[in-house]
Design a protein around this ligand. Structure first.
Ligand code: TYD
Ligand code: MG
Length: 475
């Protein structure tokens, strides 16, 4: 008798869309992750007594059979083309049937857009696709679908957050591809904690994973990450899923970088560049050319660098602007580069090269919304700041490569040949590189190499050693 379920009552919860923290009352700022305006109401019907039988996870037909490894399925089933060449390449040649892929990224970066695009292309190619959204209504998703041109009748939609209901929908429809957006909004009645909590995310993902594996249907899961990327979800999911894709970029810029950090069916460390347009995400086939297309050669404060994104070399522009400060302390802003790195390089320029930057506002920007995290960008960044301060442009056909240390020394960087090849392919004539890396260069790299061992030496090579700042720069 004790297992009789009492009538369920509706429980109101507020869920932080960033980190999955739940609270019984609305708050403007999430107390767990500090994000503003991320609380959304979430209703779950919570039974006061859950029958014991319901607490057990559903049985997924998996019959344990022992057989020689050589007799196991070969895994050579054809992969599914997801209709975007760059994404297929990133996945190692398309989607593997039965695989579970996690697409993680900050809220608003474009996860739902990419997943709906993939769903639409697969449906257009003739497979049934079920897109389940726990975040948005049919009307909202349809609006996005209209923008990106998703019209196939084979693209089915459901708005549902109960994972068991999703599994029965999937079993009823038997699609060729399933998309669940996002994993933080799901809940399982057998898990005794709020939606978005670590336990819920884990259990719901486990149930969907079991379904995908047993039915051989590929599944995309969307997941939010916070700035530190480790609360209530995607980090924990990384161990469970087959493929992890991260989408990042500046939300206000157009470019999105899609990185593959785990892939059981292909190589990792690869990236694809996508561009957010009015009609969804477009592939960028020559990212380097796109990233430097709009630069203005001959303007002070601009330097071209070559960074490595995964194993792919990418050209990009770093811009700096210095201006006498009206306030004390002066303002420093960094877009696309690490703020502390910029502050360190400014200090090195002040101390080692005696540029009087102490009373200057310094703004640094990487146009296009790309995030440059590599120390190899240091030399270009430091020279861009010096170039703006001294009002002397850098040679527009030179690329600048090297890490800068606190003593102003230019230190070696990895994979210099690949970077030089990329620069040469895009018509650059000269590369300024660390002396220690230059010594290791083998064959003539098709580009003139200028080896430097200090920032001061690099500045002298660029005609920046004059310590006469432009008019108005002197205190
Ligand atoms: P979305 O996919 O909803 O992000 P996420 O699922 O990661 O939270 O994308 C949100 C942003 O993308 C939104 O600011 C609008 C923009 N967008 C475009 O610029 N063009 C488009 O065609 C679409 C569909 C969205
Ligand atoms: Mg979304």
């Amino acid at each position: 008798m004790s297992s009789v379920t009492k009538p369920s009552k509706q429980k109101r919860t507020f869920l932080c869309q960033d980190c999955g923290h739940t609270s019984p009352k609305w708050d403007g700022r999430c107390p767990a992750c500090g994000a503003w305006g991320t609380y959304a109401e979430f209703s779950e019907s919570k039974s006061q007594a859950v029958p014991a039988a319901a607490r057990r996870p559903p049985r997924i037909e998996a019959v344990p059979v022992i057989a020689p490894l050589a007799d196991q399925p070969g895994g050579d089933e054809p992969r599914i083309d997801c209709g975007m060449g760059e994404v297929d390449r990133l996945l190692g040649g398309g989607v593997v049937p039965g695989s579970v892929m996690l697409l993680a990224g900050d809220p608003g970066i474009g996860k739902s857009t990419l997943l709906l695009q993939i769903a639409a292309r697969v449906a257009e190619a003739g497979s049934k696709v079920l897109y389940v959204s726990g975040e948005e209504s049919g009307a909202q998703v349809r609006m996005r679908g209209t923008r990106i041109g998703a019209h196939s009748p084979l693209l089915l939609f459901a708005d549902e957050t109960n994972v068991d209901a999703i599994v029965s929908l999937l079993d009823g429809e038997r699609p060729g591809l399933a998309v669940v957006d996002s994993v933080q909004t799901l809940y399982c009645e057998r898990t005794q904690s709020g939606a978005g909590s670590v336990a819920q995310v884990r259990d719901c993902a486990q149930i969907l994973l079991g379904w995908a594996k047993s039915r051989g249907v590929p599944l995309f899961l969307a997941g939010h990450v916070t700035k530190d990327g480790n609360i209530a979800g995607p980090r924990l999911l990384e161990h469970m899923v087959d493929v992890v894709l991260y989408m990042d970029g500046d939300e206000l810029g157009n470019y999105r970088m899609l990185r593959c950090t785990k892939n059981r069916f292909g190589s990792t460390n690869d990236v694809a560049l996508l561009e957010m347009r009015g009609d969804g995400l477009a592939e960028v086939s020559d990212p380097s050319a796109a990233l430097i297309a709009e630069r203005q050669p001959g303007v002070p404060g601009s330097a071209i660098i070559v960074t490595l994104e995964g194993s792919r070399p990418l050209l990009s522009e770093v811009q700096a602007l210095t201006n006498p400060s009206a306030y004390s302390p002066p303002r420093r802003t960094a877009n696309g580069v690490d703020f502390n790195r910029m502050a360190m390089l400014s200090a090195v320029l002040s101390r080692r090269s005696r540029l009087a930057l102490g009373n200057q506002d310094i703004m640094v920007n990487v146009p296009g919304g790309l995030k440059v995290g590599e120390p190899a960008a240091d030399l270009g960044l430091a020279l861009a700041i010096a170039s703006s301060y001294l009002d002397v442009p850098l040679d527009p056909r030179t690329v600048f490569l090297g890490e800068v240390g606190l003593n102003g020394e230019v230190r070696r960087i990895p994979q210099i040949e690949r970077r030089l090849a990329e620069a040469s392919r895009h018509g650059f004539k000269t590369a300024m590189v660390p002396r220690n890396s230059a010594g290791r260069l083998g064959e003539a790299p098709g580009i003139r190499v200028v080896a430097v061992d200090s920032l001061a030496g690099a500045m002298a090579e660029c005609g920046l050693s004059r310590r006469t700042p432009s008019p108005g720069q002197e205190p």
